[in-house]
Structure formats: C-alpha cells, structure tokens
Write a protein that binds this ligand. Sequence first.
Ligand code: ADP
Length: 675
Amino acid sequence: MYSSLTTLMSSISTSVLSDLLQALPHLRPQLYFKASLTALSHAMEDQVLAATLEQPLVIASFQRERFYRQEAHRYERLAQRSDQIYVLSAPETDFTHSSEHYEKIAFQADDGLSQEWHLVVIAQNYATCLVCRESLGSLAKNRRMPEFSPNLDMDTARRFEGIWTAERGVSLKVADLLLERIIVYRPELSGKIKQARRRFGIGRRTKSLSEAKQLSEYACDIDTDPFVQRLVTYLQASQYKLHKAYRSIAAQARKERLVNSISTAIRRSLNPQEILTVAAQELGQNLNACRCLIYRAQATDTEAIIEHEFLRQGVFSVMGQPWSLDKNTLFQEVVQKGEGVRVVDTQTDDRIKNCKALTEITQRLRIRSLLMEPVLYQGRLLGIVELHYSPENQHEWQAGEFDLVEAIATSVGVALIQAEAYANLEDLNQQLEALDRTRSNLIAITGHELRTPLSTIQVCLESLASEPDMPLELQQVMLTTALTDSERMQKLVQDFLTLSNLESGRVEWHPESLTLQECVDLALSRIRARAVTEKLPKITTQIAKNLPLVKADGDWLVEVLAKLIDNACKFTTPQGKITIKAQINSNQMVEVTIADTGRGIEPNRLEVVFDRFYQEEGALRRTTGGTGLGLAICRQIVNGWGGEIWAESDGKNQGSKFHFTVPVTRIMNYELGMG
Ligand code: ADP
C-alpha cells in the first residue's frame, strides 16, 4: 500500500492546469493578477453562500497553508451549506488531513499543486471553475530584486495563467482531475468521492477531441454574465495600473536608495577614489550592467585612463587602460550636448558603425548596449560614467534609468569638486602650519636675541647698583657695555620692525626716478661717518656713465646699499678692498655689485645668509656686531621693486660679491666710467 502510494505520488508532480489543457486543447489560458483571482474566488464562494437549497461540490486548492488560513472562516461557513467540500493545501504548520467541518487534504510541497490555485464549484444548475498556475517569470523577477520591491508590490505583481470559466464541461473535468488527486492522498475518502461523482456526473471519460469540444460547448448551461466579464476586465485593468504604479514607486525607491548609498559614501569619505569605486559598484550592480566604468575626463582631453570599474563575473577588465576620447564620436557627442547618450544595439547603430575606434572597442569588449553619461559640475565636464551590456544581456532601457544614472553622475560631480576643494584646503592648511612654525621659530629666536643684550645690561646695572665702591674704570666699562648692548637692542628692534613691516606688506613705496650714483654717495656718506672711529677698507665705485635712471624708492635703495657696504666693511680687514659696480644687464635692469676681498662665504651658505638671524659665527659669538636681519631686509626690499639679490663667493677668505638688480626708467646709451 505504502509503495503504491509513493509511486502514485511521484506521478502527481504534474500540473492540473497542464492536464486540463491536454484534455481540452481548445482552452486558451489567460493572465490573471493575484487580486483578480482573489475577487473571482470570493465571488464563486459567495454564490455558494447565497444559495439555500443547493448542496454543491466545492474543491479549493491553496498553494500554501498561510493562504488558506486567511480564508478558513469562509470555508467553515461554506461547510454549513454542503457536505461535499474539499480543501487542499501544502502544510506549513498544522494543516493536516482531517474531516472535521469539511475534508482537508494536505498535499506534499513538491506536488504540482503548490504552484497552482484552483477552485471548482459544481451545483445542479451551474458550475464554475478557476484553474491557474503561478507564472514563474513573475516570481523569479520579484525574487531577483527583493530589496527593491516592497512586499506589497511583490504580492500584487504576482501573476497567474489559467482558465476561469462557467462552462460546465470544463468545470467537471477540473473536478475530476482534483478528485483523482484527493484520492491519492486520502484513499479513505473514495466512498464519499464516488457519491459526488455520481451526483454531478463527474468523470465520464471523453473519448475523442471532438467529443471533448462538444462536451464543453453544450455543457455550458448559464450564459456568462457580460457584467462579470466587464468586472473582470475592469479589475484586470486597474490591477495593471496598480502594478505599474508600484513598479514606478519601486523604481523611485531604488533610485533614492542608490543615490543615498552614494551620498553616504560621499559623507563618509573625502577620498575621491573611494567614492568613485562605490559609485561604479552600485551603479553597475543596480542597472544590471556587465561593466561600469568611471573615469576623469575634460572636454578637450584626447585620452583618459580607466580608474574605476565594476565587472560581472566572466567579463574582462579594462582597468588602468588608456581610453581614446578624441577618436570616440560618442564622447564628442556627450561633450557637445552636455548630456548622456545611449546605444541599444552597437551592431546596428550608425554612430558605432561610422566610427572605427568605437567599432573596434565594442567588438573587442563585447559590448552590445552602452550608455555614456557625463559627470558635470556647473557645466564643466569632470568625467564620464559608462555602462556596458554584453550580447547576453543586451539592455532595454527602462523609464527612470536615465534619471538614475544622471542623479548618480551629479552626486559624483559634487563629490569630486568637494574632494578637490578639500585637497586645496589641506594644501592651504599645510602652508598655514608652515607659517605658524616659522612664526614660533621667529618668536624663539627674537626672544633669545633680545634677552641676551638685556641680561648683559641687567648684570652691569645690578653690579653698579650693588657695589658702590667699584673702581671707577670698572664702572666705566660696565656703563659702556650696558650702553653698547642697549644700542644693539634698539637696532635689533628697529630691524625687526622693518622686516616685519616689509614682510607683511605694510610698507609704503614711493618709487621715483633716481640716478644710482646719488644713492651710492648717500650710502657711502653714512658709512664714512663711521670711519672717524673705525678704520675701513678702501672703497671704490665703478658706475657706468649714462646709466639709465633707476625706478625705485630712494630711501629703501640707500638702505640696501648701506647695509651691503656695511657688511662688506664688517667682514673685510682694513687692508682689504671694496668695489661698488653698476651696469645694465641683459634683462635691461641695472645690476649693482658690492664686491669685497674679505672673509668670503662657503658655497653652501650663499643662500642661507639671506635667512633671518643667520650669522655664521652664531649670535652668541658675534665679533662684528649686527643683528643677522640685514640681508633678509635687503631681499624684501629688492623683491619689492621686482629685482633680485644674490651672493657669490669662491669660499673662505676669497672675498664675497653681493649683486642686486633695480628696474630702470628709460634705457640710455652708456659707457663704463669710474667713480
Ligand atoms: P649681520 O651682518 O647683522 O650679521 P646680515 O643679515 O647682514 O646680518 O648678514 C648675515 C650673515 O651673512 C653675516 O653674519 C655673515 O655671516 C654673512 N655675510 C654678510 N655679508 C658678508 C660679506 N660681505 N662677507 C662675508 N660674510 C657676509
């Protein structure tokens, strides 16, 4: 018994709908949405509930126990109307074979019934049936994108194909097929089923096709109400509209989700690489592309490098490869229109056929459909998003997909600009940090430079105050030291203020046309005032005659000359020589050179001597006096009028030359003359 049951069961994995269509081949299945089937089923059940005398046969088959559970109470009411009620379902929890109010038949999960939805009502004067199978396409589609189909949408989108009819012949056949199944599961019901068959004339075998046709044609004893037909049409149409609305809501939700995930990536990171990788990934995945590329490109670029890529399995990569832009007519079209372009079939599209580069690329990369979307920011092209589809998944663009790609491209554009701005900011920040470091250094150095003379002054004055009987000569030494150091301090503060005014641009320039000779004379007269107390080296001047007038602020020019001559004197023994030269150079500027025969500068120090507080011997071991700010001030002044200043020396004890340039007012012929 058991083995014959299993053999039988294995043969019932077939579909009742298929069996019916095989038996009655003239039937044409139709497509029904789930809601339409629910409405029809309820109408059929209501008809049974409305009748009082009838004891009809009702067979209902539910795909799952949970679908049945929603209807269980209706079947209890139906059971009060008839003793021939059969409900079939695939058990999930407690649905079992039972005969309490009506007959329950728990079929196996792999029974063909689990894909189907049936309801048959056979009464003496009418019969209707609904025999449907869930369209697997609709199921698969919904399963593929579960995250984008809200539950409601998924349920309403379920579609069934099958027959709904009030033809008695068809209904009897369906009842026959279902009763056969019931006996397989519950053989003990065979007596009751035999009764039903007899009462309603079920199972009279049709022998030929024509007989089957005749049976269905003549067995229809009620005229299908045209109103019902209209109702069904109406239901179907509104169901279709609803389904479309859900689809567009789902598409919208999908778009928002995608844009959100990319915005989140943008918020989380300021690293454009990371953002673009996420964007390529999400777009490719969601738009079902086999390849999604994102690369940076400007309108005038001839080539780009593929930087970001999403690939489906088995699709080959173009990452890091150069991507021709100037020979790519689609890219040119995108640039020209400022919007995306798409190609549905690369084999028939003229734009591809007429462009050698594109034909080559689409063939080599097996691209059947493609989309190219510009990444723009305020009309400026920053890059391109490309979606490729292989011949196996040639793409039919859905409404809303372009908006989606465009929205993503816009986000990507904003992200790129944001990242660029951030990079600039970081640069600026580094500059500020460097500036801050310099400032701190400066404060430390200045503090040290000021403290040193100050403590000398303090020590001297304190000794004078605390030791009134100090010998007079010593008192004199103390006073002179204090005085010298206070003078040095004053000079330091003065130089420091001058330098910071120059550096911060708080200096007023009064450019005038000057003869250089006059300025050199003024500077020399300052130096010579010192010659009374110190012995200075011999100073000669070689200023070219007819040298053009220079254009500079007179006071500052004299300052530069005085500082350089002063240095030359400081670092040259009185036996040495100082020469001041001026001539026009190849840049049509006057080049002034102050050369000495003094201690010279090591080649690696020629540039650092212009740093603030640079002194070769270090501030503490100073022998020559001076603040270490002179050359830094000179450079600021010379740069201020657009000139340059540099040092030259062959090394220790080889003498030094300081050169600087000054712009001229007008060029004149000149000859070299000696001053
Ligand atoms: P200061 O002369 O007050 O020390 P400067 O900025 O004028 O400061 O010069 C910085 C340093 O450059 C000097 O201490 C010295 O070491 C070097 N220097 C400047 N001029 C000469 C020169 N003519 N010959 C040799 N060394 C020089």
